[in-house]
Design a protein around this ligand. Sequence first.
Ligand code: PHE
Length: 340
Amino acid sequence: MLQNLSNIKEKAVKTIKEAADLESLQEIKVALLGKKGEISQLSRSLGSLSAEERPQMGQAINQAKNSLEHVINEKMAELQKAALAARLNEEAVDISLPGREFLCGGKHPLSLVREEIEEIFLGLGYKIAEGPQVESDYYNFEAMNLPPEHPARDMQDSFYFNEKLLLRTHTSPVQARVMEKQAPELPVKIISPGVVYRRDDDATHSPMFHQAEGLYIDKKVTMADLKGTLLIMVKKLFGADRELRFRPSYFPFTEPSAEVDISCFACGGAGCRLCHGTGWIEILGSGMVHPHVLEMSGYDPELCSGFAFGVGLERIAMLKYGINDMRLLFDNDIRFLNRF
Ligand code: PHE
């Protein structure tokens, strides 16, 4: 039996030393010292020995067990060290590699234009107002002096949910919403940027686009105030040399109405391709708020007057940044967006 033990031990030390990795070492350990392992089996057969032999053999088994445990632990430490070294080698950081590039987002050109316009008007004491994109027929048309069957409704065809609900065709309904809420208090001074929708689609029109509405109502507001205010805006947007030109126009909600042009910033007014040789570029629609519009939203046209304008943000962005196709603004092409 003693001989058997010493054979087992000798063989075991050899296999332990040859273990290739931690898993196989663990398997060897179980096969040797586990509950059903070779050494335990040997202990179980102690009962068959005589009373003299038993303690001697028991001691020998314990010694063998301890020394094998020691050998296993040593081997384990060795394998662990090797595994760590291998991992460190594998995961080593090459500090000579170039760093990873961080992609940092930027603002969309339309956001830049909207923020610039907001800043200009906040500086003039205006407040920012917002309105819903799904708008009622009442605010989009009726309160803007376009009763049902009014022929000028054809200028702004839209997307309808039903007879009374549509995607707003302009930011002008915010005029009525703000006035209605505030009436009869003066002044009303708001700038309202937002998304609008029309049945239009080509290189300079998109079915979804952006406008900013301006509205100023107070005692004795005149067209001179409109012109002075717009002049401040275009000089800030397009340079201090810009001039304005008002052309008579028609909107049901303003009277009189004016289409506003700026002197061409590309040629300074001499005439070029951008301004089609005229020296002027159309940028927005405006006018003095129609007395009926004031009345419908709770203001007395005998006591106050005001101006309004609506400017297309895509148009401003295209002019300002020299973009020749409006669709570029909505394509989300990173090569285009990265330029801003
Ligand atoms: N709402 C008009 C449009 O979208 C623009 C406008 C606004 C004109 C305010 C006059 C006054 O065409």
